[in-house]
Design a protein around this ligand. Structure first.
Ligand code: AHM
Ligand code: MG
Length: 330
């Protein structure tokens, strides 16, 4: 479609193009976009938090100021609860499943999110993001069940992220390619800026926190040595959405491995790894935990952590070879 097309128009056109596609997403994506605008507006004022007050303090208007993690979580909950499309929500910021309140109709999907990924970077004006994932629920009773949420990434019907950077972008997939929209702050609309994104099959960037190198497995250590001896160069923001987004557009590999101290790594399967894996695969990239496809891992618990290797397919395959041959010889 023509660049500059609004998100709403694009979604309607996609629905017409794929007749089986559920119209439910129009409503949901529109509300996700609204939440993104509200959060973007708030994140852009982050430098004023000291001036306006921290959590527990009152701002100049005498209102309680929330931490941005809390704030973003609440924005999504409030914006999405009433849509009629969801039965429940799970979030990195909440211990348990949130059931859509009785006052609203309950729908056939569940929503999972990391409402503000990389939030430790916010004070120093580094890009942060929100990651989301949607599954069709398994159960049919009035309440969402844990089984509705503990589904392999392969079952996702939609995944995406918002990145609050030099501009705010919404990038999403419903299984028909990956599309990116940039917020035009002048008119308050997300406009199509990146249609059918495809990640380069191989690239020069590797992204990993090298300060943990002494804790890495031999396979990861040797892959990074190999990468450095070749033509690769390091780029690591320390904000997953920012690192992933750069690598998606320019090509590259992002690794957050398990290590001796934390065998499962740091990142969460359901809120971070699975949704980004869906996007990566739809952009012709690849994602795994080093051994198995990320999309096929069946979650055992809501906040489960998982090692993540994601990005340009040839680079990911190369890293997997090191990790499987050296760390798991059989
Ligand atoms: P968060 O969800 O608590 O923000 O943690 C996830 C973040 C990612 O954005 C980032 O890639 C990673 O933590 C950085 O971790 P580290 O400082 O260990 O490299
Ligand atoms: Mg996170």
């Amino acid at each position: 479609m023509e660049l500059g097309t609004t998100l709403t128009r694009f979604i309607i056109a996609q629905q017409r193009k794929y007749p089986g596609a559920s119209g439910d997403f129009s409503g949901l994506l529109a509300e996700i976009a609204t939440a993104g605008k509200v959060i973007s507006h708030e994140v852009n004022k982050a430098g004023l938090i000291d001036i306006l007050g921290y959590k527990g303090k009152k701002n100049i208007h005498g209102e309680e100021v929330q931490k941005l993690d809390d704030f973003t979580n609440k924005v999504f909950m409030k914006t999405l609860s009433h849509t009629g499309h969801l039965a429940g929500i799970a979030s990195e910021e909440m211990d348990d499943i949130y059931q859509i309140p009785e006052e609203f109709p309950r729908g056939k999907y569940v929503f999972l999110m990391d409402p503000l990924d990389g939030s430790s970077n916010i004070d120093v004006n580094i890009s942060v993001g929100s990651i989301f994932s949607i599954y069709r629920r398994k159960s049919s009773g009035p309440l969402a069940t844990m089984a509705d949420f503990l589904q392999p990434g392969r079952n996702q019907v939609c995944a995406g992220y918002l990145i609050y950077g030099s501009s705010t972008m919404l990038v999403y997939t419903t299984g028909h390619g990956v599309h990116g929209f940039t917020l035009d702050p002048g008119i308050g609309e997300f406009l199509l800026s990146h249609e059918a994104i495809q990640i380069p099959s191989q690239a020069t960037i590797y992204s990993i926190n090298e300060s943990y190198a002494s804790e890495w497995s031999d396979g990861v250590q040797q892959y990074i040595e190999y990468a450095k001896k070749g033509d690769k160069t390091a780029r690591y923001v320390g904000s997953l959405v920012a690192d992933f987004h750069r690598n998606l557009l320019k090509g590259g590999i992002y690794i957050y491995p398990g290590d001796k101290k934390n065998p499962k790594g740091k990142l969460r399967l359901l809120y971070e790894a699975a949704p980004l894996a869906f996007i990566a695969e739809q952009a012709k990239g690849r994602a795994s935990d080093g051994l198995s496809s990320m999309m096929d891992i069946v979650p055992e618990s809501l906040h489960q952590r998982v090692p993540l290797v994601i990005g340009s397919p040839e680079d990911v395959i190369q890293a997997e070879k090191y990790m499987s041959k050296i760390d798991n010889p059989s």
